[in-house]
Design a protein around this ligand. Sequence first.
Ligand SMILES: [Zn+2]
Length: 173
Amino acid sequence: MNYKTHVNGGILLGLYMICRVPKQSVLTSGLLLGGAIVGSLFPDIDHKNSYIGQKAKSVSKAINKFAGHRKLFHAPLIYLFLYSIGIGMIKEKLGLVAINGVFIGIFSHLILDSFTIGGLPWFYPFSKKKVSLAKIKTNGKFEDILCGILTCINIVIILDLLHITSIFTFTQI
Ligand SMILES: [Zn+2]
């Protein structure tokens, strides 16, 4: 999937989580959403032609050489492990919000990549087999449609949160 779809996926999951935890301050909501956006782009650091890979070309090239594309940096079990360590180490509230945001974004990225032809190595490092739940081609027309739908849903959620509309039930906080 391209970065636009990933960012929209990260925003969607971030907004959903904001709705799940009522009475959050603007700061914590912003931090969670910012973290989710960064996290939604992060796994593609293992590909030098990705949006984030182009921003950090030399880092991306080195990672790709050492870890390959859609392997270590697209492995849910690895992120689960890192998340447990992060949550255990950070005690400060805002730090926890930020780390939750980043991992929410990463999770959205992994889910979306699972719907591509290439699939995702869900059980890496135990198995290299990639699980593909659909045959969406990166930058293809189905991805454009998906990205459009995600964008529309995000706009509606934001309008709901601003009390301009009241379309979704989970936004009624
Ligand atoms: Zn990816």
